[in-house]
Design a protein around this ligand. Structure first.
Ligand SMILES: *Cc1c(COP(=O)(O)O)cnc(C)c1O
Length: 390
């Protein structure tokens, strides 16, 4: 037996374990202080009632012999796949065949598993900073990685490559930067992929947070994208499904990958829970849509509160308009981690150090609008009182 040395040689997942560790150490030394967690990338509002009701009905069906269901289809129930097409794609002028939509147990699994479609010698491009899954799955597969720096100098928009890369991971609205790409900017990536016969894996987990009407919600709104792009989405952040688990992945037939992905899923995946799929379906009913809109509006308003509050304290902030994340430059003289420590010890606030998302994240921290509103307001008040920048 020989180990997968690529996996064996990987570092521990440093970022979130280190945040938890430093927070616990501080709390243990100061048991009476209330720490405000503004770093979380998890939703905090409970499941909307129409979704809860649909899931209750689904459980009840499973409780009776006449309506019991066992294994579903590996690629998901047709009523959910059709609801996705009718609500998320048709109104945006994107036509999809039902066989192009695969229900998953969340974006995280598919973002990793899609890597199995490609040869180990492919090169991979990932944004820097980025959600760690793209780099990690590529490293586990032993692939060479090209990093695409997103910095204040380039407006946090990665420069198009001049060399060949085979697999490109894009994430818009972006975590952690909180920014989006315009139609023209996204088209440049699609054109690149068509010219270089690359594949784009497009993570649009935060699509529902887009407010600017000119911003594309799906990569398939760009001409030719169906030939070169796989789109990965999730009910996690939009419907509060981080614990329930349901998402979907679109693999167009024009990519030539649809049959391979189906083959892979049928062998390695036995389907998403019936209960989760009924819950996801309910997010497309009129009541479900209203509830989701209200939830997302709450997070968007929280993002605005954070943006305004940080600006008033003279911080340089980016993102937060079309995404639930705010990318904040740390004051002069601090690194990501030293500012994290400073904010924790003087204000008892936890943020996410930008350097944990990649080298270009150094000098920034991320604030999350998934944090409870009252905690955000109190955090801003504490930061004002302590005047951290002096
Ligand atoms: C939260 C998140 C996801 C969603 O992951 P799930 O496995 O669906 O919960 C995907 N991509 C990014 C960038 C995220 O932040």
């Amino acid at each position: 037996m020989q180990l997968n040395t690529h996996l064996q040689q990987m570092n521990g997942s440093y970022l979130f374990t280190e945040i938890v560790h430093r927070t616990e150490v501080y709390q243990a030394a100061h048991p009476d202080t209330r720490i405000l967690r503004l770093g979380v990338g998890d939703v905090t509002r409970p499941l909307p009632q129409p979704i809860v009701d649909a899931m209750h009905r689904a459980v009840e069906e499973l409780a009776h012999r006449e309506t019991f269901r066992g294994y579903g289809l590996e690629w998901g129930y047709p009523w959910l796949r059709q609801a996705i097409i009718d609500n998320d794609y048709t109104p945006r002028g994107v036509s999809l065949d039902i066989d192009e939509v695969f229900i998953s147990d969340g974006a995280g699994s598919d973002l990793g598993n899609l890597s199995e479609l490609f040869d180990a010698h492919n090169t991979v491009a990932v944004l820097d900073p980025a959600y760690p899954a793209y780099e990690d799955t590529s490293l586990m597969a032993g692939r060479a990685i090209v990093y695409l720096p997103c910095t204040a100098e380039n407006g946090f928009v990665a420069q198009l490559l001049e060399t060949q890369v085979d697999i490109i991971y894009l994430c818009y609205p972006n975590n952690p930067l909180g920014i989006v790409l315009s139609r023209e900017q996204l088209k440049q990536w699609v054109d690149y992929a068509r010219e270089h016969q690359s594949i784009i894996i497009y993570d649009s987990a935060y699509e529902a947070f887009i407010t600017d009407p000119t911003i594309p919600h799906s990569i398939y709104e760009i001409d030719g994208a169906k030939e070169v792009a796989i789109e990965v989405r999730s009910f996690s952040k939009t419907a509060g499904f981080t614990g329930v688990r349901c998402g979907y992945t679109v693999v167009p037939k024009l990519t030539g990958l649809n049959a391979m992905w189906l083959r892979r899923q049928c062998t390695k995946y036995n389907g998403t829970s019936y209960i989760s799929q009924r819950g996801a379906e309910a997010s497309y009913t009129p009541e479900g849509k209203d509830a989701l809109r209200a939830n997302i509006a709450y997070y968007q308003q929280t993002a605005q509160v954070l943006l305004d509050g940080l600006r008033a304290l003279d911080y340089e902030v980016f993102g937060g308009q079309n995404a639930p994340y705010i990318w904040c430059r740390v004051p002069q003289g601090y690194s990501s981690w030293s500012f994290f420590d400073h904010l924790l010890s003087t204000c008892q606030i936890v943020c996410t150090p930008g350097a944990g998302f990649g080298p270009s994240g150094e000098g920034y921290v991320r604030f999350s609008a998934f944090s409870p509103r009252e905690d955000c307001l109190e955090a801003l008040e504490r930061m004002k009182t302590k005047n951290l920048k002096s």
